[in-house]
Design a protein around this ligand. Structure first.
Ligand code: NDP
Ligand code: MG
Length: 334
């Protein structure tokens, strides 16, 4: 059954009137939510760490940032837009004991609520309002009169009246101009982790590296391997984004299309799909969450080592040089 889509007419901004909304963290999502809600007529306060670039940005944008504890104390609706891996510590240290009954806790990603990293006090409702795009797009589309589609969900302590708040919040950040779909914390978290691990980040990176290595090991020039296996991914993804698989296949050559149908299934095989199911199981059972939470508690030793090793892959050095030849691609380096 296709999901019900809510729009501006289904959401009532009056539910946010006379309420103070605290945005904890003025990063990617935080700056977008805060400015959009303020422009929608809401009373918004900010929490940021003094001495950081995002603190300065919040001041420049006309806010007077507080600590997370102070902002939580003053607000009725508290949105946690801190990096996911530090949310639990900040929640315990600054947020939990400053929440009062009737408060609403908003998340833009359900990880910490779903995997029980927050102990939500009695009388507090946890809801999800998750824009399906980065914060700069949430802001830019709003300013243009549009919005980024949002997911909403009801978590611990939430009821039908919380759905009204979630819809009003989504309207306040511009999401209901585009469309709002209701999900659950479990569905949002599990599909998000699965997508990034199996397709978007893990799957795509592994596919690119394996293709590059195969060509280079066979004696082809690394530059050729880079163009074919990394650079041109963008051309294909742009077509997929605009018109799905069919439009992509309509735009490429018949030779490429025939190769797609006949060779693709030999790369992503039944064995690959069985591994995808295993990864999904690890996500559903909380095994991935446990691993990632413990990894962070230990100071992220594996994460940092993997990051360093991956940066040393040959494709990165070749790519860096080739991107310099193409000023129009706006090459990035971190
Ligand atoms: P960012 O890392 O961009 O921003 C987090 C901000 O919080 C930073 O400015 C950080 O400061 C600040 N901060 C860190 N610690 C504290 C503290 N103790 N008190 C106050 N501020 C603090 O995060 P995102 O916007 O990417 O992510 C926020 C949430 O939104 C996450 O739950 C994420 O999953 C979700 N989300 C993100 C999307 C995205 O595209 N980015 C899309 C949809 C959801 P500093 O940088 O100085 O450390
Ligand atoms: Mg994601």
């Amino acid at each position: 059954m296709p999901a019900k889509v809510y729009y501006d007419k289904d959401a009532d901004l009056a539910l946010l009137k006379n309420k103070t909304i605290a945005i904890l963290g003025y990063g990617s999502q935080g700056h977008g939510h805060a400015q959009n809600l303020r422009d929608s007529g809401c009373n918004v306060i900010i929490a940021e760490l003094p001495g950081t670039a995002n603190h300065d940005q919040a001041v420049k944008d006309g806010f007077e940032p507080l600590s997370a504890a102070e902002a939580t104390k003053k607000a009725d609706i508290i949105t946690i837009l801190l990096p996911d891996e530090i949310q639990a510590d900040v929640f315990r240290a600054e947020v939990r004991d400053n929440l009062s009954p009737g408060n609403v806790l908003v998340c833009a990603h359900g990880f910490n609520v779903h995997f029980n990293q927050f102990e939500i006090p009695q009388g507090v409702a946890a809801i999800l309002v998750a824009p399906k795009g980065p914060g700069h797009l949430v802001r830019a589309e709003y300013v243009k009169g549009g919005g980024v589609p949002c997911l909403i969900g009801l978590g611990p302590g939430a009821d039908d009246s919380s759905r009204g708040i979630a819809l009003a919040y989504a309207k306040g950040i511009g999401g209901a101009r585009a469309g709002v779909i209701e999900t659950t914390f479990a569905e949002e978290v599990e599909t998000d982790l699965f997508g990034e691990q199996v397709v978007l980040c893990g799957g795509v990176s592994a596919l690119i590296k394996a293709g590059y290595e195969t060509l280079v090991e066979a004696g082809y020039q690394p530059e050729m391997a880079y163009f074919e296996c990394m650079h041109e991914v963008k051309l294909i993804v742009d077509l997929l984004y605009q018109g799905g698989l069919n439009y992509m296949r309509y735009s490429i050559s018949n030779t490429a299309e025939y190769g797609d149908y006949t060779r693709g299934p030999r790369i992503i095989t039944d064995e690959t799909k069985a591994e995808m199911k295993k990864i999904l199981g690890e996500i559903q059972k909380g095994e991935f969450a446990r691993e990632w939470i413990l990894e962070n508690k230990a100071g992220a030793p594996s994460f940092k080592a993997l990051r360093r090793l991956e940066r040393e892959h040959g494709i990165e050095a070749v790519g860096r040089q080739l991107r310099r030849l193409m000023p129009w691609i706006d090459a990035k380096e971190v």
